[in-house]
Design a protein around this ligand. Structure first.
Ligand code: NDP
Length: 273
């Protein structure tokens, strides 16, 4: 019987997940489809109930439901519990199990670049994405993580949880050249031409990541590239979080490099490093 998967969110029409998963289903000869479902916050409980009723096999959860869905699920994987957010659900035998593949998706994407796991790594931001990424980096063996954030208290709390250190933004700015890898996780640059911190002291040769993927090149990445750094945007994280979800649903590890190129083209750009 044909299987069906979905992504739920509000808004949802912009989502690139249906394109990505349908492409992989077709490529692997899997008789399944992936549907975007617009779910408003007040409809969430009913929507999840309907997923079970209608024989859904798995779905992604995007904004604004990543946290609100938690009490509505039957089971939670450790990644989702740590992040207190769910982006992937596996539906089996009438039960829904929540996962969070964002952090591991980012790490997979980063590891395709020449990064030193023992080198100094700076995470800018301490929100939901930073949390998942920091835990995943720590689990993957990155041993020298520092966290900075506009609200310092949040950076301190996160740093304590992963046994790393926190510094204030101004200290991060003046010591930027000491970091081999810099990971920008705030929403700054998403809608406005702004930087989360000054890049005046950024040295050349660092690997600089921004998890935003639309725009493909934030002001933060533009300036880092101009200063001689190797940059990566959030397309790799988006594709890899989807690939991990796909693996959970089908047991198949899909091609991510080709998908990164396709998504980049869809967003109007060339695949650039
Ligand atoms: P949160 O709201 O949980 O966290 C936002 C973070 O941005 C906080 O650290 C916040 O600092 C900081 N911030 C917000 N505005 C400013 C500002 N004006 N100046 C300085 N810092 C600021 O969001 P998420 O962590 O969930 O998401 C962050 C970004 O990650 C989004 O842009 C989202 O698009 C992207 N993302 C990308 C994914 C991908 O697949 N590539 C997946 C998931 C998210 P403070 O604590 O001080 O408020």
């Amino acid at each position: 019987m044909k299987k069906w998967y979905a992504v739920i969110g509000d808004p949802i029409s912009h989502s690139l997940s249906p394109f990505m998963h349908d492409y992989w289903f077709e490529k692997h000869g899997i008789d399944a489809s992936y549907i975007p479902v617009h779910v408003e916050p007040k409809q969430l409980e009913q929507a999840l109930h309907s997923m079970k009723l209608l024989g859904n096999s798995g779905f992604n959860i995007t904004l604004p439901h990543k946290q609100a869905a938690i009490p509505l699920l039957n089971e939670l994987d450790e990644t989702a519990r740590i992040m207190n957010a769910v982006n992937t659900v596996v539906a089996k035998n009438g039960r829904l199990k929540g996962f969070n593949t964002d952090g591991d998706g980012f790490v997979r994407s980063l590891l395709s670049y020449p990064v030193d796991k023992d080198g100094a790594l700076l995470v800018i931001g301490a929100g939901g994405a930073a949390r998942g990424i920091s835990f995943a980096l720590s689990r993957a063996g990155f041993s020298n993580i520092t966290i900075t954030n506009r609200t310092f208290r949040r950076a301190q709390e996160l740093a304590e949880e992963i046994d790393s250190k926190a510094i204030v933004l101004t200290e991060a700015e003046s010591n930027l050249s000491e970091f081999n890898t810099i990971v920008q996780t705030t929403s700054v640059g998403l809608t406005e031409e702004a930087l989360p911190l000054s890049l005046t002291h950024l040295g050349s040769g660092s690997v600089v990541a921004d998890i935003i993927y639309n725009p493909l090149e934030t002001p933060f990445l533009k300036e880092s590239k101009a200063r001689g750094c190797l940059v990566l945007n959030g397309v790799g994280m988006f594709v890899n979080q989807g690939a991990i979800a796909f693996e959970k649903w089908t047991g198949i590890r899909p091609d991510t490099e080709g998908m990164i190129k396709l998504i980049t083209e869809k967003l109007g750009g060339n695949h650039v490093n």
